[in-house]
Design a binder for this molecule. Structure first.
Ligand code: HEC
Length: 157
C-alpha cells in the first residue's frame, strides 16, 4: 500500500479515539425488536428539555433476556425512539422523530461507564452527536439504577 494512504487510514481509525468516545453503532433494524414500553414527557417534566415528547423503548434479544435477568450481557442494545408528541383534538399522536437514543453493552469497550455505551443519533442523518463527556453525563443519571444494571425501564407483559 502507498505510505500516504496508509497514514490516512491510520488517522481515520484514530479519529473516534481522539474524540474521547468509543463508537456505538446505529441500531439497524431495531423496529423489528421487542417493544418494552412507551411514555410521554410533557412540558414541566425535568427531562422535557432533553427528551420531551413521546418515546418507545425497544430491546434486542440479549437486552430482553437482560430485562428478565436484571443483568445485561455484552451485545445487549436498548433503543429509546423519540418523537414529537402532537396534542390535538383530544388525542396525543406521534409527530416527527426527534432522535434515536441508544445504550449498548460492551464491558471492554465502555469501561468508564460501567460497560454501557451511550449515543444520541440524529433522526435524519443517523449520525451520533455525543462525545465522552456527554456519555458520562448520561451515565451519571443512569447510575441511580445500579441495582438493575443501570437500566430504568422494566419489561411488562
Ligand atoms: C436525569 C436522568 C437521565 C439522564 C441524564 C439520561 N437518562 Fe436515559 N433514562 C432516564 C429515565 C428516567 C429513563 C426511563 C424512561 C422510561 O421509563 O420510559 C431512561 C431511559 C433510557 C433508555 C432506555 C433504557 C432504560 O434505561 O430504561 C436509554 C437507551 C437511555 N435512557 C439513554 C440515555 C442517553 C443516551 C442519555 C444521555 C444523552 C441519557 N439516557 C441520559 C433518565 C436519564
Amino acid at each position: 500500500m502507498h505510505p500516504r494512504r496508509l497514514i490516512t487510514l491510520c488517522l481515520l481509525s484514530l479519529a473516534p479515539m481522539l474524540a474521547g468516545a468509543a463508537e456505538v453503532p446505529y441500531p439497524d433494524g431495531f423496529r423489528n425488536w421487542q417493544h418494552v414500553k412507551s411514555m410521554i414527557l410533557k412540558p414541566g417534566h425535568p427531562l422535557y428539555e432533553a427528551v420531551g415528547g413521546m418515546h418507545h423503548i425497544y430491546g434486542n434479544k440479549k437486552a430482553i433476556q437482560g430485562y428478565q435477568a436484571n443483568r445485561f450481557a455484552d451485545g445487549s442494545v436498548i433503543v429509546f425512539d423519540l418523537f414529537e408528541a402532537v396534542d390535538k383534538d383530544n388525542a396525543i399522536s406521534e409527530g416527527a422523530r426527534k432522535a434515536v437514543v441508544v445504550m449498548a453493552r460492551d464491558r471492554a469497550k465502555f469501561k468508564a461507564t460501567d460497560g454501557w455505551g451511550y449515543q444520541v443519533f440524529d433522526a435524519k442523518t443517523r449520525k451520533g452527536s455525543l462525545d465522552g463527556k456527554g456519555q458520562a453525563d448520561c451515565h451519571a443519571c443512569h447510575m441511580s439504577q445500579k441495582a438493575q444494571d443501570f437500566v430504568f425501564s422494566r419489561l411488562r407483559d
